[in-house]
Design a protein around this ligand. Structure first.
Ligand code: FAD
Length: 405
């Protein structure tokens, strides 16, 4: 009997296990995870789970008992410490040796720490797993101030959720604008305006330089001369892929673990999927590392197929979403390298619009806010390697589908 060992029991790892069974794999499957909660949806952590609309049992990926029912050996609270590629075994930090025929690394990413004095104070939190959010939730207090450090999607979602729960919120962004790393100036302007209208204080081009803790109170000092008293500080400044296991095993590393079109690492019996994988995207003709659920899920399916002998190269279109206040943002494609933006809809009034990113005549990506139809049509076009006719995009009544060329 063959044995597939999967390290990391989150979106990528859990999907790989389930997809293997669905593909008819009859060998043993072990799904090893360091966290103690059964695999759960991570996106709600900064949204419905933080705002208190959902509890742990409501964010599980699948019922906890479904793994045993599918004959998947889910082992939680176990950390893999090293891979011995010659012996084809993995050693856990408890000293167990687990033999494998196929090994899947789905180790994801961990938070990046902020290297300033006081960042390790009590009531200063990061946001990656349920434990983090449980601690933040315990500290939420209406009328008190929360300082968020980092104006990416997670920082902004956290700001929105804490605001919803009645806290005063100040968000500090070190770059000249929020969302600078991930999207256009137009989108940053829109999100800055909405957050400001909703009562979040946004301060850009300004670095937190020190956090002081005294009694039950924190004070954040900034490089631009500000001092903010805070009841709670949440830091969201990005993540680092968990490549160490692969690195020490001598596998090829780029921005993450390097993999081919079937998510195989430089050792063909070892795969890497999800946030930790550095893979080639044929649609954009470059290597990327994506931090998104659809990428983790799709790569898991590619690996499951490959293990049972079906060659299905990974070629999925990157897509992503973010929920803040009443804004449902859906992103399809990668906008990097665009030379023109066309906006359809009404960012100022109804808060419903889509920003289309072009390079010449080629559509690269869309950011759709409360505009699911724009998202769907653009996603479909991009997945097929098509573009949109710019002249047919204007006007609310434009027949979007006929713009696909
Ligand atoms: P991870 O979810 O990082 O899981 C990796 C798992 O491996 C972890 O449980 C870790 O404990 C475990 N592990 C690591 N090393 C070991 C080891 N040595 N031994 C055992 N176990 C190990 N994406 C979206 O598409 N849309 C969103 O709206 C969105 N919102 C998000 C909001 C938040 C707050 C966060 C944190 C992420 C969000 N994401 C969102 C990103 C998305 O959650 C990730 O892309 C996704 O979780 C990646 O799945 P993964 O399985 O590759 O890795």
């Amino acid at each position: 009997e063959t044995h597939t060992l999967i390290i990391g029991a989150s979106h990528a790892g859990a999907q790989a296990a389930v997809s293997l069974r669905q593909a008819g794999y009859e060998g043993r499957i072990t799904l090893l995870g360091e966290e103690t909660v059964p695999p759960y949806h991570r996106p709600p952590l900064s949204k419905d789970y933080l705002s208190g609309n959902k509890v742990e049992s409501e964010i599980l990926l699948r019922p906890a008992e479904s793994y045993a029912e599918a004959n998947i050996d889910l082992r939680l609270g176990v950390r893999a410490g090293a891979i011995d590629r010659k012996a084809k075994t993995v050693q856990t930090i408890d000293g167990d040796h687990i033999a494998y025929d196929h090994l899947v690394l789905a180790t994801g990413a961990r938070i990046r720490h902020l290297p300033i004095p006081g960042a390790d104070s009590v009531h200063v939190h990061y946001l990656r797993d349920t434990k983090d959010v449980d601690a933040i939730r315990a500290r939420v207090k209406p009328g008190k101030r929360a300082v968020i450090i980092g104006g990416g999607y997670i920082g902004l979602e956290t700001a929105a959720s804490l605001r919803k729960r009645g806290m005063d919120v100040t968000l500090l962004e070190a770059q000249p604008r929020i969302l600078q790393r991930v999207t256009s100036e137009q989108m940053s302007d829109f999100y800055r305006r909405v957050h400001t209208e909703e009562g979040v204080e946004i301060i850009e081009d300004c670095m937190a330089s020190k956090i002081a803790a005294s009694d039950d109170q924190l004070t954040v000092t900034t490089s631009c001369g500000g001092r903010y008293d805070a009841h709670l500080v949440v830091i969201g400044i990005g993540v680092i892929p968990n490549t160490e296991l692969a690195e020490f095993a001598g596998l090829e590393i780029g921005d993450g673990i390097k993999v081919n079109a079937y998510c195989q690492t430089s050792d063909p019996t070892i795969y890497a999927i999800g946030d930790v994988s550095h893979h080639y995207n044929p649609l954009y003709e470059r290597h990327v590392r994506l931090e998104s659920v659809p990428n983790a899920t799709e790569q898991a399916k590619v690996v499951a197929a490959h293990i049972v002998g079906t060659l299905k190269p990974y070629s999925a279109l990157p897509w992503f979403w973010s929920d803040q206040f009443d804004l449902k943002l859906q992103i399809a494609g990668l906008s990097e390298g665009f030379d023109e933006i066309l906006v359809r809809g009404d960012p100022d009034g109804s808060r419903s619009f889509a920003a289309y990113y072009f390079k010449g005549a080629r559509l690269l990506a869309v950011d759709a806010v409360n505009a699911p139809r724009d998202f769907m049509v653009a996603k479909m076009a991009l997945s097929k390697g098509k573009t949109l006719d710019k002249t047919k995009l204007s006007g609310p009544d434009a027949d979007l589908k006929s713009a696909v060329v």
